[in-house]
Write a protein that binds this ligand. Structure first.
Ligand SMILES: [Zn+2]
Ligand SMILES: [Zn+2]
Length: 507
C-alpha cells in the first residue's frame, strides 16, 4: 500500500472478517506492529458490511431511514388538497434513494424474505402518498398507479447495470445497458402483475404496465385514484369495511353500488357520461376504453379526470344529505340529545355549581340543566324539516326519552323511521318499479298503510287494539300506547315484527 502512496491511519483502522462459517476462532490481525480490532461489522462508504456479507444491518438501517423520511413527508402531505403528484413524486424519489443506496453491492440480500418485506413496506407507504390512495389498496395496485416498480426489481436492475457496465461497458453503451435492464424489469413486473391475485380491478383498467408508465402526461389525484383502485366512497366498499349497513346506490338503488356502477352504469351519471363520450370520440366510455382514452393526451386525461371528480363529489354530497336526513330522527329514536346541547349542559352544571353549589343543590342543578336541554332539543325537533314521520309519531321528546322500558329493534325502527321494506320507500330508491301494496294493491304502500290501514293486517290490528284498550291503533295513539308499560310495548313490538316479516316474505 505504501508503495502505491497510500497511508493507513492505524488508530482509525477497523477490520471485519468475512466468512460463511458460524463458529470460528477470530484471528489476530496486526499491521505495522499494531493490533487491528476485529469487528462484527464495519461501515464503508455508507454501506454496513457484516462478517457474513448478509447486509442485515445495512438493509435494516436503510429501511428505517427511508421510513423516517416517508413519515415526515406524509405529515407534510394530506391526501386531499396538498401538493400535486409531481411534488409528491419528488419526495418519493428521496425515499427510494435511501432504500437503493449501494444496492449494486448488497443486491443479493433482497432475496431474503424479512429484508424484502421491510423494504417493500416502506416503499408501499411512500407510493400510497404519491397517488393519495386509501391505506386498504393492495401493494401491487399502489405501485402500478404510482408507476413505481417493486423494490426488489429495482435493486436487481441496478445490480445488472453495474455488472454489465463493469464487464463490457463504456461511455457509449451505458445508455443502451440501462434501457435493456429497464426492459427486462418491465417484463418481469408485467408477469408479476398478470399473475397477482390482488388489485384485479386496477388490472382490468391498466393491463399494460409499459403503456401506463411511459406516458408523459397525466397526474393522479384523490378522486381518480378512488376510481382506479375501487377503494373510495362507493357503498359496496364502505359496507365491506363496516362503514355502512347497506351497499345500494343512493341515486338509483342499484346493488352493489361499486366503482363500475358509479362511473359506467348509474343513471345519475348518464348525461355526463354521454357528454364526455362525445368529447372523447367513443360510443360510450367503458372499463376497456377508460384508461386508453386517458392515455391519448393531456387534454383527454383532464376531460376524464374532471368527469371523475364531479361524479365523486356529487356522490359524497348525496351521502352527506342522507346522513343529515337521518341525524335528527336517529338521535330522537336513540334518546340521545345532540352533542352540542350535551356539551352546553355540562358547562352550565359546572358553572352553576361553582357559583352557588353545594352537596344538597347538586341534584337540583343537574335536573334544571337537563330541563333546559330538553326544551332546546324539543324546539329544534319541532322546527326541523327532516324526520317528519318520526316527529308525527314522537312529537314529545321528554315523554319518549324519560321512559323506563322499551328497547328499539330492527323492525320497530323501520316503522318509526318509515325507512324500510315499504314499496314507496323501495320505489323512491329505485329498488322497485311500483309502489303499490302487494297485499291489497293500495298505492302508495308506505309505513302508514302497512301498519294502520292495510286489509292484510286488519285482523291482527283489531286484536292488538282490543288488548291495548283502544278503538283502533293509529298514528296518534301508537307511541303513547307503547309508552304505557313494558307489556304494552312488547305487544306493539310483536305486532310490528310479525307484519314486517310477513311483508318481507311476500316480497
Ligand atoms: Zn346508481
Ligand atoms: Zn295493503
Amino acid at each position: 500500500m505504501r508503495e502505491n502512496g497510500l497511508e493507513l491511519s492505524l488508530n482509525k483502522t477497523e477490520a471485519v472478517l468475512i466468512t460463511d462459517k458460524r463458529v470460528y476462532t477470530p484471528p489476530t490481525l496486526s499491521l505495522e506492529g499494531e493490533t487491528v480490532t476485529l469487528k462484527e461489522k464495519v461501515r464503508y462508504l455508507g454501506v454496513q458490511i457484516d462478517s457474513a456479507l448478509r447486509y442485515e444491518q445495512h438493509t435494516k438501517m436503510a429501511s428505517e431511514k427511508a421510513a423516517t423520511t416517508a413519515t415526515a413527508l406524509a405529515r407534510l402531505m394530506p391526501n386531499i388538497g396538498g401538493p400535486s403528484e409531481q411534488k409528491r413524486r419528488l419526495l418519493n424519489s428521496v425515499v427510494h434513494a435511501k432504500l437503493l443506496y449501494g444496492a449494486e453491492i448488497w443486491a443479493e440480500a433482497i432475496e431474503r424474505k424479512p429484508v424484502r418485506r421491510r423494504m417493500a413496506g416502506v416503499q408501499r407507504r411512500s407510493a400510497l402518498r404519491v397517488i393519495s390512495a386509501f391505506k386498504t389498496v393492495s401493494e401491487s395496485a399502489t405501485l402500478v398507479l404510482a408507476s413505481t416498480p417493486p423494490i426488489d426489481l429495482l435493486i436487481r436492475e441496478r445490480q445488472e447495470v453495474y455488472l454489465e457496465y463493469r464487464e463490457n461497458g463504456d461511455i457509449n453503451t451505458r445508455g443502451e445497458i440501462k434501457r435493456t435492464a429497464r426492459q427486462r424489469l418491465l417484463t418481469k413486473w408485467q408477469e408479476r402483475w398478470d399473475a397477482d391475485t390482488s388489485g384485479r380491478w386496477t388490472h382490468r383498467l391498466i393491463p399494460n404496465l409499459a403503456e401506463w408508465c411511459s406516458r408523459k402526461h397525466g397526474q393522479m389525484e384523490y378522486h381518480l385514484t378512488q376510481v382506479l383502485t375501487g377503494h373510495g366512497c362507493f357503498n359496496e366498499y364502505l359496507a365491506r369495511f363496516g362503514k355502512r349497513e347497506d351497499s345500494a346506490c343512493l341515486h338509483c338503488g342499484y346493488t352493489p353500488d361499486d366503482v363500475k356502477h358509479t362511473i359506467f352504469e348509474c343513471s345519475a351519471t348518464r348525461a355526463e357520461r354521454m357528454q364526455i363520450s362525445r368529447t372523447l370520440g367513443v360510443d360510450t366510455i367503458s372499463v376497456e376504453n377508460f384508461v386508453p382514452c386517458m392515455l391519448v393526451d393531456e387534454q383527454a386525461w383532464s376531460v376524464v379526470s374532471r368527469y371523475v371528480t364531479k361524479v365523486m363529489k356529487n356522490k359524497r354530497h348525496m351521502e352527506q344529505t342522507e346522513e343529515t336526513v337521518s341525524e335528527s330522527a336517529t338521535l330522537v329514536l336513540a334518546s340521545t340529545p345532540p352533542i352540542d346541547l350535551l356539551i352546553r349542559e355540562r358547562q352550565e352544571v359546572y358553572l352553576e355549581y361553582r357559583e352557588n353549589g353545594d352537596i344538597n343543590t347538586r341534584g337540583e342543578i343537574k335536573r334544571t340543566a337537563r330541563q333546559r336541554l330538553l326544551t332546546k332539543w324539543q324546539e329544534r325537533w319541532d322546527a326541523d324539516s327532516w324526520g317528519r314521520w318520526t316527529h308525527r309519531l314522537i312529537p314529545n321528546l321528554a315523554e319518549w326519552c324519560s321512559r323506563k322500558h322499551g328497547q328499539m329493534e330492527y323492525h320497530l325502527t323501520q316503522v318509526l323511521t318509515g325507512h324500510g321494506c315499504f314499496n314507496k320507500y323501495l320505489a323512491r330508491f329505485g329498488k322497485r318499479e311500483d309502489s303499490a301494496c302487494l297485499h291489497c294493491g293500495y298505492t302508495p304502500d308506505d309505513v302508514k298503510h302497512t301498519i294502520f290501514e292495510c286489509s292484510a293486517t286488519r285482523a291482527e290490528r283489531m286484536q292488538i287494539s282490543r288488548t291495548l284498550g283502544v278503538d283502533t291503533i293509529s298514528v296518534e295513539n301508537f307511541v303513547p300506547c307503547m309508552l304505557v308499560d313494558e307489556q304494552v310495548w312488547s305487544v306493539v313490538s310483536r305486532y310490528v315484527t310479525k307484519v314486517m316479516k310477513n311483508k318481507r316474505h311476500m316480497e
